[in-house]
Ligand binder design. Structure first.
Ligand SMILES: Nc1ncnc2c1ncn2[C@@H]1O[C@H](COP(=O)(O)OP(=O)(O)OP(=O)(O)O)[C@@H](O)[C@H]1O
Ligand code: SF4
Ligand SMILES: [Mg+2]
Length: 457
């Protein structure tokens, strides 16, 4: 049995309408029947364009959203059915690392307090002394100095903050870490450092990861197995090398065709599959194959009416396409789309799922309330995630950032500062960022209050 097994997981969000009484007028089919297995010690990479349900799937594993249907089995226990208190205990074994390292760290808590919080909630360490020692050793593992303990999130660069996010997960000794876009907010050179760190930690601690990312290169580098999602379902899944060598689903083919190849000879001959049509709304997904409205190989009738199963087409390579074999053999004619030379003028090359297709899901995909929903608060602390208001409140009322900068950095707003700091990281040698590359703290009231703090209060 695999460490983590999802079977037919569905997460449907009700769409409510009404002034006095809320009526459910439909559903957003964010995740619509996903089955996958993650082996212990391995990394499962999840890709797909914006709004296809990656984050919702990750959150469903931690039961941060209600699972409409299906099972999530961790080490033999179905989490979907666990009562709240038992789920709370299991949540220690499942941790999440978020995209926005600053937004997910409470700016009013110092690093020791942020990292201790979950440990206290889960009864790890007999006293603060013991917890501090453990935190120090984890900080060392993630390449941060132990004097980071007394500092505040805004005193660190973007890459360092993401290391803090990883450390926060690690102190709880999880079995599985779900990394949701762990490097997409970071400068490119820092991205590599964080990915390498995840890799090293996995080797050293035997961790299991689910890595959600837009960047196909990131997922390829780190994943053993890759799953490609489209409109709430997996359309293809294979070992990383096999998927990159020969993508079999038309959607994956289109994504991969957008990735430039380093070899100039191959690059010159590369063909780009251009998809037509917009990504349909997950509130109103097409019948039959969800991809048939954009698929270059869609065949009338069958593709529009019969939903393809994710089936093994050999060697564990799973594809949800009625015609995967014919497409691979080149015996099925294209019915739509365009295949052009990737180097043709005007063909926009960009190896991200988002850009291989026309703009994303209807803008509800980026619904503002979703951006600030529990995730940020949960990210702020384990206690918040588990609805422990007393700890969360204490967090919000925690010590104010103490130190004024000894020597303020070039004045700029906090966004500008973050960017600058990441660049500074990039200029560092390969290794971990050093503590002294952290910029001096801006004035306390300059610090942007992260949503986590607000939620906590
Ligand atoms: N709490 C919610 N209530 C209603 N709809 C939601 C909620 N959370 C997510 N959705 C919707 O579910 C769909 C999938 O969203 P999700 O965030 O999982 O996508 P994603 O693949 O992670 O996208 P991105 O790559 O942009 O992060 C979107 O249409 C989104 O608007
Ligand atoms: S089932 Fe039909 S529409 Fe769907 S991917 Fe295959 S060929 Fe395209
Ligand atoms: Mg997401």
């Amino acid at each position: 049995m695999s460490l983590l097994e999802l079977d037919g997981v569905k997460v449907h969000f009700p769409i409510k309408k009404g002034i006095f009484v809320d009526r459910t007028v439909g559903h957003v089919y964010a995740v619509d029947g996903v089955s996958l297995k993650v082996e212990a010690g391995e990394t499962y990479g999840l890709v797909g364009e914006s709004g296809c349900g990656k984050t919702t799937l990750g959150r469903s594993v931690l039961r941060l959203v209600d699972i409409t249907e299906g099972s999530v089995v961790l080490d033999g226990t179905d989490l979907a059915k666990l009562p709240g208190e038992e789920m709370r205990r299991f949540r220690r074994r499942l941790q999440m690392v978020f995209q926005d390292p600053l937004g997910s760290l409470n700016p009013r808590q110092n690093i020791e307090s942020i990292l201790s919080e979950g440990m206290v909630a889960h009864g790890i360490g007999k006293d603060q002394e013991e917890r501090r020692e453990k935190i120090k050793s984890i900080l060392e593992k993630v390449g941060l100095p132990s004097n980071a303990l007394a500092r505040y999130p805004h005193e660190f660069s973007g890459g360092q903050r993401q290391r803090i996010g990883i450390a926060r997960a690690l102190v709880l000794e999880p079995d599985v870490i779900i990394c949701d876009e762990p490097v997409s907010a970071l400068d490119v050179s820092v991205q590599a450092q964080v990915i390498n760190l995840l890799d090293e930690l996995q080797e050293e601690l035997g961790l299991t990861y689910v890595v959600i990312a837009h960047d196909l290169a990131v997922v390829r580098h780190i994943s053993d197995t890759i799953g490609v999602m489209y409109l709430g379902s997996l359309v293809e899944e294979a070992q990383s090398d096999a998927l990159y060598a020969e993508p079999k689903h038309p959607y994956t083919k289109a994504l991969m065709s957008a990735v430039p190849v380093p070899d100039p000879e191959v690059e010159d001959k590369r063909e780009r599959i251009l998809l037509t049509g917009d990504l349909p709304s997950p509130a109103n997904p097409p019948a039959g194959c969800r991809f048939h409205t954009r698929c270059p190989w869609a065949q009338a009738e069958r593709c529009a009416t019969e939903r393809p199963e994710l089936r093994d087409v050999g060697g564990g390579h799973r594809v949800a396409c009625h015609f995967a074999d014919e497409i691979a053999a080149g015996t099925l004619k294209r019915t739509a789309g365009e295949v052009v030379s990737a180097t043709r003028e005007g063909v926009d090359d960009n190896p991200t799922p988002d850009d291989s297709a026309t703009p994303a899901v209807p803008q509800q995909a980026a619904s503002p309330e979703r951006e600030t929903t529990p995730e940020q608060a949960e990210a702020g602390s384990e206690a918040q995630a588990e609805g422990k208001p007393e700890v969360a409140e204490a967090a919000a009322e925690g010590p104010e950032p103490a130190a004024e900068p000894a020597e303020p950095a070039e004045k700029s707003d906090s966004d500008g500062k973050a960017e600058k700091t990441e660049k500074a990281d990039g200029a560092e040698a390969d290794g971990a960022e050093k503590s002294d590359d952290a910029e001096p703290a801006p004035k306390a009231d300059d610090a942007k209050p992260a949503e986590s703090a607000e939620k906590a209060g």
